[in-house]
Ligand binder design. Structure first.
Ligand SMILES: CC(C)(COP(=O)(O)OP(=O)(O)OC[C@H]1O[C@@H](n2cnc3c(N)ncnc32)[C@H](O)[C@@H]1OP(=O)(O)O)[C@@H](O)C(=O)NCCC(=O)NCCS
Length: 159
């Protein structure tokens, strides 16, 4: 199941599909270029098969990914966007928007009534993207990241 992303660049466009093990080396490369404390290969490996672990593929190359999960929590289903990144050279073209849109649709289809995520307090670009999807700041977690930076927990409820 893949969906072309109009206007996301490239002759072949960008497709969003579930991640496979063969994608993981490319995912880890993008992760390493995107975060000061990147997830290791095994972290991604354990999320293979999660419904909202998706990759964006352009001309056969992985250009971005999102890792989203759904967990039962006190009788409700809570979605969690755990990671999202786009290759540095492919940012600003709508790939992140497409990944997040699809991931949220998948989480909703799996019964999530609320989705949460953590974002670095300084990551204005990501916060702006999340706000566009209806995420609101919920609380601050002091020193959440390994380098001591605070996290902002953002939440979005589905109607
Ligand atoms: C955050 C990230 C995934 C967004 O992916 P992207 O493909 O560049 O996003 P899009 O092109 O879909 O842009 C989505 C929104 O991001 C914001 N944005 C994009 N480029 C921006 C820029 N150069 N400056 C500021 N905001 C920007 C805008 O709000 C934009 O919406 P708009 O186009 O309607 O203005 C990407 O920047 C990235 O990989 N960053 C590093 C990893 C990271 O921080 N991940 C989030 C961890 S919580």
């Amino acid at each position: 199941m893949t969906t072309p992303v109009p206007g996301a660049g490239g002759d072949d466009g960008v497709s969003i599909r579930p991640a496979e093990r063969a994608d993981l080396l490319a995912v880890v490369r993008i992760e390493n270029e995107s975060f000061p404390q990147p997830w290791p290969y095994d972290a991604f490996d354990q999320y293979l098969g999660e419904p909202a672990f998706l990759v964006a593929v352009e001309s056969g190359e992985v250009v971005g990914y999102v890792v989203g999960t759904v967990n039962r929590n006190f009788g409700r289903y809570l979605g969690h966007i755990k990671d999202v990144a786009v290759h540095p050279e492919r940012r600003g073209l709508g790939v992140g928007t497409s990944l997040l849109r699809r991931a949220l649709a998948v989480l909703a289809a799996h019964g999530a009534d609320t989705v949460k995520l953590e974002v670095r307090r300084s990551n204005d670009r990501a916060k702006r993207l999340y706000r566009q999807f209806g995420f609101e700041p919920f609380r601050r977690v002091p020193g959440y990241y390994g380098d001591g930076e605070d996290a902002i927990v953002m939440m979005r409820k589905f109607e």
